[in-house]
Design a protein around this ligand. Structure first.
Ligand SMILES: NC(=O)c1ccc[n+]([C@@H]2O[C@H](COP(=O)([O-])OP(=O)(O)OC[C@H]3O[C@@H](n4cnc5c(N)ncnc54)[C@H](OP(=O)(O)O)[C@@H]3O)[C@@H](O)[C@H]2O)c1
Length: 348
């Protein structure tokens, strides 16, 4: 049995769900010859806790609101991600702080520090990967460490790994996806007769939409995911600002009515394809899809990606695109993949 030591950077919804999964279902990992041990957690609100023999995750998860790690032996109320990453004993850094779409920080620094310190990295953070994915991948290669970010697109639903592992030998000509559950839910409710404001309020009451839904409605959340998909699957070198982005607020009542007459469904589609001259063109735009389009029937908060391939035609993967447990699963899959790769079991 191999013991793999983890440091959790950020202890919000996703890393808590990971800690719960590690603490409550160790057999999930033991089946793969692996014991996961969390040796450090650092978080702005909670502070920093390190224990080389492993942190008691049950006790950490039971901390009452407002408490900090200062009440643990050796714990402190101050976050110190740099020291945990650079000087700690973890072999794998699990980065799950907030997504910053402008410059990727502080996660970008977290990833650079980890790689430069010779540590493997898993992250669900779209910001640094969409903005600096190529640089980070190169850096990881140079330092002989693994970098995985499955959860940045469609949470735990395997999309990046699916393309890499299951579409080998095929040419992927393009990708099209419903990459934001909130906007898909809102468009569906607008088709049912609600106004944009009513549909957004309903999505917020159900916990799908943030208090500030701008990134969902305006398409900037999907834009980050399209940049990651285009770069990973099509080998593009796009930054998010090169992805032309139109949000679902551009869809009018008239647009909805005429689509309904034609049996079409409005969806916010993130897409990327290769032009004849080899350039990759990517965009996020509402489109009225014919009923037989593979993405037309994706409803509610579900996400989906269709890979347009030369020998199979369209291949579609659908599943949850958000959620704490769902996104924590992406981290689990990435950690197991790193275990397999570094143990020489299989190259993935
Ligand atoms: N939840 C999902 O469904 C989902 C899906 C896909 C991807 N993701 C991505 O996964 C990441 C984590 O999501 P989440 O839902 O867990 O977010 P969250 O609940 O907001 O957690 C982020 C945590 O990171 C902490 N943090 C921020 N800056 C830090 C720093 N410099 N050092 C240490 N800790 C820091 C925050 O502390 P404070 O709260 O005190 O600021 C917070 O506890 C985000 O990038 C998100 O976009 C989430």
């Amino acid at each position: 049995m191999r013991t793999l030591d983890l440091a959790l950077i950020g202890f919000g919804g996703v890393n808590r769900a990971l800690a719960k999964a590690i603490g409550t279902r160790p057999e999930r990992f033991a089946d793969h010859g692996l014991e996961l041990r969390v040796v450090a957690i650092t978080d702005l609100a909670l502070g920093t806790l390190q224990a080389v023999d492993g942190i008691d995750l049950g006790r950490v998860l039971a901390l009452p609101r407002g408490a900090t790690f200062a009440e643990f032996p050796g714990g402190s109320a101050t976050a110190d991600s740099e020291s945990v990453i650079r000087n700690g004993t973890a072999e794998v850094i699990v980065e799950a702080t907030f997504t910053n779409p402008l410059d990727g920080e502080p996660a970008l620094s977290h990833l650079r520090w980890a790689i430069a310190s010779g540590k493997h990295v898993v992250t669900t953070n779209k910001g640094p990967i969409a903005l600096h994915g190529a640089e980070l991948t190169e850096l990881a290669l140079g330092h002989g460490v693994e970098l995985r970010f499955e959860g940045t697109v469609m949470s735990g639903t395997p999309v990046l790994r699916f393309a890499r592992e299951q579409l080998v030998g095929l040419e992927v000509l393009g990708v099209q996806g419903i990459l934001n559950g909130t906007s898909n839910y809102v468009l569906g409710r607008r088709e049912a007769g609600l106004t944009l404001e009513e549909a957004v309020a309903e999505a917020q009451s159900l916990g799908y939409a943030e208090a500030d839904p701008t990134a969902d409605i305006g398409g900037s959340d999907a834009r980050l995911k399209v940049a990651i998909l285009a770069n990973e699957v099509l080998g593009a070198k796009l930054t998010p600002d090169q992805v032309v982005t139109v949000g679902i607020d551009a869809v009018s009542e008239d647009d909805l009515a005429s689509a309904a007459r034609e049996g079409r469904h409005w969806k916010l589609i993130g897409s990327a394809h290769r032009e004849d001259d080899g350039r990759i063109v990517a965009e996020v735009r509402p489109r009225a899809l014919a009923a037989d389009h593979p993405l037309a029937s994706i409803s509610g908060a579900t996400n989906a990606v269709t890979f347009l391939t030369d020998m199979l035609g369209p291949v579609t993967v659908s599943g949850p695109g958000a959620g704490r447990d769902e996104t924590a699963y992406a981290l689990i899959a990435d950690i197991l993949s790193i275990h397999a790769t570094t143990a020489g079991l299989v190259r993935v």
